[in-house]
Ligand binder design. Sequence first.
Ligand SMILES: Nc1ncnc2c1ncn2[C@@H]1O[C@H](COP(=O)(O)OP(=O)(O)OP(=O)(O)O)[C@@H](O)[C@H]1O
Ligand SMILES: [Mg+2]
Length: 252
Amino acid sequence: MIEFQNVSLSFNNNHAVLNDISFKAHFYEKIAILGMSGGGKTTLLRLMLGLVRPDSGKILIDGQDIVTLSESELRDIRMKFSIVFQEGALFDSLNVRENVVFFFREYSSLSEEEIEKKARELLGKLGIEEAIDLMPEELSGGMKRRVAIARALAGCNPRMVLYDEATSGLDPLTADNICSLINDLAKGEPPERTGFIIVTHKVTDAIKVAERFIYLRSAEIAFDGDISALRNTEDPELRSFTEELHIAEKYI
Ligand SMILES: Nc1ncnc2c1ncn2[C@@H]1O[C@H](COP(=O)(O)OP(=O)(O)OP(=O)(O)O)[C@@H](O)[C@H]1O
Ligand SMILES: [Mg+2]
């Protein structure tokens, strides 16, 4: 269970990025965090991992307040999550295999052969095993995103996967493909299911995967609900944000 209790944060004494945010989420949920650019979405994920500390409030992961934990204690908390960073940043000087096994090497005591086998298995699962010897610059955007997902999943058995803009900058078909992959990876049924939080600008991608939608606006949670609540919202700004959803529906 993840619980934010009255969390506030501002950087360099500027206006609040997050102001008195409270919500609870289970690891098995499928959540989309929506909001304008600069709205604090990535910051919310970073807070959850203890990469940033709030100015005030509590962040409980499985009942433990991570705000007060040391770096070594935070390691155990971070192991509960896999993270696909925004833009899926890969290490440019490493080939696909080395990118994927990077965290395997760090977190597991497997032999080199076992690591190779695991890397192939993961890349195979994501449909890009043939790219194992390529360098990042030789990959398309969609392939890079898949490698980033493989790397995030390597070496740990997460309770929840955090995707920061996993589909942004991709053509609609490739984005759709990544959405299917995100769904496939959220295997099992609650409460055992490995859930996810996907952070995105794209409502159309969010509705393909998520069951719960959280909309951040002016440092606060302006909406938190399911798809039918999202479709029926009266909030003018949220309606304009979800306009593509309404436009798409007209053509279905
Ligand atoms: N380490 C930092 N130091 C100073 N300001 C920061 C830092 N990290 C984020 N910010 C600021 O906090 C605000 C929220 O940033 P954040 O990256 O969380 O937004 P976002 O919703 O993820 O945006 P985007 O959709 O563009 O990725 C921005 O104004 C940003 O400039
Ligand atoms: Mg961001």
